[in-house]
Design a protein around this ligand. Sequence first.
Ligand SMILES: NC(=O)c1ccc[n+]([C@@H]2O[C@H](COP(=O)([O-])OP(=O)(O)OC[C@H]3O[C@@H](n4cnc5c(N)ncnc54)[C@H](OP(=O)(O)O)[C@@H]3O)[C@@H](O)[C@H]2O)c1
Length: 249
Amino acid sequence: MENMLKDKVALVTGASRGIGKAIAIALAHQGAKVAINYSSSDDAAIEVCEIIRKNGGTAEIFKAKVNVEEEVDSMFAAIEEKLGSVEILVNNAGITKDNLLMRMKTEEWDNVIDVNLKGAFLCTRRVLKGMMKARYGKIINISSVVGFSGNAGQFNYSATKAGIIGMTKSAALELGSRGIRVNAVAPGFIETDMTAVLTDEVKAAYMEKIPLKALGKVEDIANAVVYLASPLSDYMTGQTLHLNGGLYL
Ligand SMILES: NC(=O)c1ccc[n+]([C@@H]2O[C@H](COP(=O)([O-])OP(=O)(O)OC[C@H]3O[C@@H](n4cnc5c(N)ncnc54)[C@H](OP(=O)(O)O)[C@@H]3O)[C@@H](O)[C@H]2O)c1
């Protein structure tokens, strides 16, 4: 199916690389006008934009740190001017600062909470202005399998990814009567820059535990986000789609 999102304005945070990049391309393939947010990788963001335009889609880049309120506000103002009011928000931007709990620096805790949770909070609060008026909207939050299973060495990160689920459910309860659907996707082990830093040993240990015996691809996550952004999932809110090859059941 193509063009399920014709002319809908979609903002994907952290769309210069990895999962966010694949989501931006997949939403554009369905006809959405895509705002590509990122924090520092100018060239990578421009490349995503060019890929979409070459395929006949519409995209613009917006550099802003999602955890900085003023930057989020100016980003939304710029998107509204260039593309229109955001109807689909994908809270994808996320970072890791892994460490064993006893050694975890306060700064490592603060940074991860700031980007992964405060970033999603600031973007969600701001997007509601337009969605409330339109009485329709789709918000898709990217959680993680470790928000459900926990993970040694990821005390901070797994807390944010469990937190995303609480935020998803609370927002779904609060916004349902306004036609705004809020759902989450919880990826398992997906091949991106974020997981490229892991040693072969760690990757092999994950493979052992995955019943489908394969690591996930960014497109696996993008396909699920397209479904949640589309009218196909209109009777769904407050839910999480788990895409982890069976790693966590
Ligand atoms: N990869 C996995 O296996 C996996 C599994 C479960 C969940 N996830 C989640 O999926 C999401 C994407 O992960 P990924 O693996 O694709 O990550 P990635 O390859 O490291 O890319 C992270 C993206 O987030 C952006 N970003 C970082 N800090 C930001 C900030 N303060 N403001 C705006 N953008 C910011 C980066 O922009 P720059 O390029 O400008 O730095 C980049 O586009 C994250 O929420 C992650 O937690 C990933």
